[in-house]
Ligand binder design. Sequence first.
Ligand code: URA
Length: 180
Amino acid sequence: MINAIDELNNQILACSRCPLAYARKNAVLGEGKFNSLMLIGEAPGKEEDEKGRPFVGRAGKLLESLLRTEGLARNDVYITNVVKCRPPRNRKPSPSEIAACIPYLHKEIELVAPKAILLMGATAASALVQGVGVFSSRQKNFEYNGIPVRVTLHPAAALRNPRFVPLIKFDLETSKLLLG
Ligand code: URA
């Protein structure tokens, strides 16, 4: 019997709601542990598009190493993106692409039922929490449908500026505390 998450994922794999569908190699599905910490990024990059998995490129490697320093393995958390298909040349997804894809994220959150959500970067932050800037929102408490939400920088920003690494590490640590 097909369950609700498989049904959602099949819809995403067959999606043609926006032009990104026509350039993708693979739609990138969320993966990981339900009822835990959900990490949400922006959109797949080149490696993610090739492999059909989220955060498997350089930013993903950094994220995994930061999770490890917090005693978390990749499969202790759930990892996904706001937009499920790669924007060309890794540009930011447009407002209309985000609007086309966001119902999938809303449904994914309902089904995965995370205990806490960490939004990584400006695209994820503004997709779930209205009008917030990433730096000013760090270490503040937000909520989405009763689920505690935190905001941090995107790991790709820390690849460009290593001074951000300890900030993301700290935000992972405080988000982990929300799991109880
Ligand atoms: N950046 C993202 O936002 N998501 C990925 O899956 C990879 C890089």
